[in-house]
Design a protein around this ligand. Structure first.
Ligand SMILES: [Zn+2]
Length: 623
């Protein structure tokens, strides 16, 4: 997952595809699921699920509480209404709701089918606390868009997750499905019905479907057919607008990964949300083995949309390495209603996010400076979370307090943990080995169907690498010691350093150093929550000071705008006369405005760095 900080006619004939009543046992017949996207009632669709015959007296039907990759409890059963279990004569069987997501059905040997209505998440995200993260959410917009994250629509019978599913979808004639779910070629092809099959429940939820009017592009990248399908509610964007960028980006990813086995087909389901109406608000994406659902605001300009797509889709695509390939038993045997979490978010999300940045510098999509800036931003952001929290303890308890609010640190410190490990591996191997090498080695041993033991992974990695890796895990991943990043930067001839850069007198880029107090006659004052530039500091002006006059001109919002305009003509020698109010005292200050500079941290080459460290840096960033 990647969160970008920056959802009738009642008597339906749901057997439309020829699926009649089945007296075959549940083990030997597919679970026939029908979803009706044509007869939408009150923003809800009806789902019917027809299993084979049960032999037990009671059976439990469940909708997932959580799904892989979200690391949150979302209770998709809350969006299910009017749940009914019917016998072969169409009579309603007695059911008991056990929790938000589970229904117990009695006289199950008489059960023919269950049916229920499903509401969507996108248009209620504003109204509910802890809304479902949109890329895992659902959308029902009659006649225009259906985002079928199928865990929101299709449930499973307890003990029968490993049986095949036949999914039949009645759909409006002008909408097309984009999905990597396999087509049911044995099913009669009808204009208003799509038929899919899945070998087990996991496959159902691993292959979301987006229905929309056709707006897609397909392209080939070294043996992978990539399809980008886009829904733009106000027709602002076409899939073709993003094709070139995606082609270049994913080509660079393939070159970066080299000989890693990957899928032959990859779908990008991009939902652009309208910020002016109740719509999806959780921007980012969720990974699947052969596709990703991405949600971003339609209001982004093309440049920002392209960059967001590069950052978000590259992250999701790298998930094919981990956890989609390299993962533990906790992930392999995922319990959708009582999940046991793995200790290794440092890898599932951290390695993925690190690679999503590293490939951009290695493949020349960004400059060295951009890469350093990204890592520095991650260092800064990581400090907003608990830097002394064990990453493994957090990971195993990510659904609970106090760990859950620290989740997003997997994209910050999680990536930095990988950066440090990468540097250690380069250092110890004379530039040869890297995190990518390690992940390739692990993916030779483990894969989609071969999980590792959660507790054994660290020892295994250490046995493949160096004692320094062991020490790093024990201190900074399992342990609670914050990382001194400069130690690792020094190994590659770099250091974080405070440097002075020029800025504006009253603005740092788009961000003003001053603010307006609307409650106090729109007084203009210097902001407190911001590091001031040298112009303010040299004149001894402080955060909270209220401007009374500048160069004899009384200051209000209007006259201050004029001063800002004049400031573009100032030279360092220009003398300014300022009267301010500080703690109810009026103070006059006069002096030259100088050249406005601000102090910023940068990662810069270390003075006198040895040839050895520079060689390692090149191996790290340019290999
Ligand atoms: Zn992710």
């Amino acid at each position: 997952m990647k969160k970008n900080v920056l959802i009738f006619a009642y008597a339906l004939v749901l057997y439309g595809c020829g699926a009649g009543k089945s007296l075959l046992s549940v083990e030997s017949s597919p679970i026939v699921t029908s979803i009706d996207l044509v007869n939408v009632v009150d923003d809800k669709v009806q789902v019917g699920i027809n299993p084979g015959a049960f032999t037990s007296a009671t059976v439990i039907f469940r909708i997932p509480k959580t799904v892989p990759g979200t690391y949150s409890s979302d209770n998709y059963g809350k969006y299910v209404e009017d749940f009914e279990a019917l016998d072969y004569k169409g009579n309603v069987l007695s059911t008991t709701k056990l929790d938000d997501n589970s229904w117990s059905i009695t006289n199950a040997e008489l059960l023919d089918r269950v049916q229920y209505w499903v509401n969507d998440t996108y248009d209620t995200e504003n109204d509910v606390a802890d809304a479902v993260f949109s890329p895992a959410g659902t959308n029902i917009a009659k006649g225009s868009n259906f985002m079928l994250n199928l865990h929101g629509f299709v449930g499973y019978f307890e003990g029968f997750k490993e049986v095949p599913y036949a999914i039949q979808i009645k759909k409006p004639a002008d909408l097309v499905a984009t999905t990597t779910l396999a087509s049911d070629t044995n099913s009669k092809q009808e204009l208003l019905w799509d038929a899919f099959i899945a070998n087990r429940y996991f496959e159902v939820i691993d292959n979301p479907i987006m229905y929309a009017k056709p707006n897609r592009e397909s392209f080939e990248i070294n043996g992978i057919t990539v399809t980008l399908s886009l829904f733009s509610p106000n027709n602002v964007y076409k899939a073709s607008d993003l094709k070139e960028k995606m082609l270049a980006m994913m080509g660079a990813q393939k070159r970066f990964l080299g000989d890693v086995d990957s899928t032959k087909e990859y779908n990008i389901l991009l939902y652009l949300s309208d910020i002016n109406v109740p719509d999806a608000q959780g921007f980012g994406a969720l990974e699947h083995h052969t596709s990703t659902v991405v949600v971003l605001p339609e209001a982004m300009d093309i440049g920002r949309l392209e960059q967001a797509m590069v950052d978000v889709v590259s992250h999701e695509f790298f998930h094919i390495v981990t956890p989609l390939s390299v993962h533990s038993k906790e992930v392999q045997y995922f319990d959708f209603n009582d999940p046991k979490m793995s200790a290794h978010l440092w890898m599932y999300e951290g390695t993925t996010e690190y690679f999503a940045n590293l490939f951009q510098i290695q493949q020349g999509l960004i400059s060295e400076e951009d890469f350093y800036e990204r890592m520095l931003t991650k260092i800064t952001n990581s400090k907003f979370y608990d830097d002394s929290m064990s990453f493994t303890v957090m990971s195993k308890n990510i659904l609970n307090q106090p760990y859950e609010p620290n989740y997003a640190n997997v994209y910050e410190k999680g990536a930095l943990i990988n950066m440090c490990l990468d540097i250690i591996l380069r250092e110890k191997s004379g530039g040869e080995k890297s995190m990518l090498w390690l992940m390739k080695e692990l993916s030779k041993k483990y894969g989609t169907d071969v999980p590792f033991e959660d507790e054994a992974l660290f020892d295994e990695i250490v046995s493949m690498t160096y004692p320094e890796v062991d020490a790093f895990f024990k201190d900074h991943v399992i342990g609670v010691t914050p990382i001194d990043y400069n130690l690792y930067f020094a190994k590659v001839g770099l250091a974080t350093k405070e440097v002075e850069e020029s800025t504006g007198y009253f603005f740092d880029g788009q961000v003003p150093f001053v603010d307006v107090d609307v409650k106090n006659d729109s007084a203009v004052f210097i902001r407190k929550n911001m590091e001031l530039n040298s112009f303010f500091e040299d004149l001894n002006l402080k955060g909270g000071d209220i401007f009374k006059s500048i160069n004899g001109q009384d200051i209000n919002l209007e006259t201050f705008r004029t001063i800002i305009g004049e400031s573009f003509t100032w030279t360092p020698e220009t003398v300014i006369n300022v009267t301010i109010e500080r703690d109810n005292e009026v103070i006059s200050i006069e002096g030259p405005v100088g050249q406005p500079l601000k102090k910023v941290n940068r990662i810069v080459p270390l003075q006198g760095a040895t040839e050895q460290t520079v060689k390692l840096r090149n191996a790290w960033l340019k290999n």
